[in-house]
Design a protein around this ligand. Structure first.
Ligand code: COA
Length: 242
């Protein structure tokens, strides 16, 4: 991952984990991260999780939704990619519209104020709670900040059922769009998750953040809403439950 150390850290003090918004307008700044990113996805989803439908001979997991419309959150620690998440505008094709439409009883969600989340992962050595706030929790906090920054109201997700209690524990409110179905041995369902300031504040409090999480390198032209002031939030004395 040495070749990935191209983005200068914006952090001060000892907070070295940053979550960067990467999309069409600033993708050129992160070009060296994409090959390791797609290789990590292959390692995690194909080799580890055995989602063999995603296998590709070149060792990169790239699908039809990795288009110019995709937005990525890259979690970088001292320049190393340690986790990521993908968000797709639902006015473009999504997993729910093109692959799993039968999971939403009233049909797939296609609205400008809704993005679909997918491909969330943390590299194996940074999972669990041992390294401070869990990276996965930081990603969940960051995507909520992204959503309220650009005026989203809801996220849609096709997910495995085991996420639901995790969401509930961290304060994400998920609303099923249909019943879970067994797909390749996994219980899978479609949900909507509320994207709002209350959830973001709660996540910031749980992860000890008193300032926004996201880095928007090269995205000065993006029209962003002003975030609520969270500077007075107190850091938790204990880690959130898993
Ligand atoms: N099936 C069922 N439960 C799972 C799971 C899976 N594939 N992956 C994680 N969990 C649940 C378990 O309850 C696990 O507890 P356990 O350690 O007692 O088994 C708990 O999540 C904690 O997961 P862990 O991986 O230790 O740490 P984390 O919370 O920091 O990270 C993920 C969670 C999902 C980000 C991480 O496991 C990951 O990157 N997984 C691979 C990518 C993936 O499957 N993403 C989801 C689909 S896009």
């Amino acid at each position: 991952m040495q070749g990935c150390r191209t983005i200068e850290s914006q952090s001060s003090g000892d907070w070295m984990t940053e979550i960067h918004v990467v999309q069409r307008d600033n993708r050129h700044l992160y070009e060296t991260y994409f090959d390791p990113y797609f290789r990590l996805r292959h390692d995690i989803y194909v080799k580890q999780r055995k989602w063999m439908a995603l296998d590709r001979p070149d060792g990169r997991e790239i699908d039809q939704f990795d288009t110019e419309d995709a937005v990525y959150l890259f979690c970088l620690d001292r320049g190393q990619l340690i986790g990521a998440m993908r968000a797709l505008p639902t006015v473009s094709p999504t997993l729910m519209s093109d692959i799993f439409p039968y999971l939403a009883v009233r049909g797939p969600i296609q609205r400008p104020d809704v993005y679909e989340l997918s491909r969330v992962f943390v590299i194996p050595e940074r999972r669990g709670e041992h390294a401070g706030p869990r990276i996965e929790m930081l990603l969940l906090t960051a995507i909520m900040e992204y959503g309220i920054s650009i005026g989203l109201t809801v996220f849609s997700i096709v997910l495995e059922s085991w996420w639901l209690p995790r969401f509930e524990r961290c304060g994400w409110r998920a609303h099923p769009l249909g019943l879970p179905q067994m797909i390749d041995g996994m219980s899978v369902l479609a949900v909507l998750v509320d994207c709002d300031e209350t959830t973001w504040r709660s996540l910031c409090s749980q992860t000890g953040r008193t300032s926004p999480t996201l880095t928007w390198h090269g995205l000065t032209d993006v029209n962003r809403q002003i975030l609520p002031d969270i500077s007075l939030l107190r850091s938790p004395t204990v880690q959130p439950t898993r």
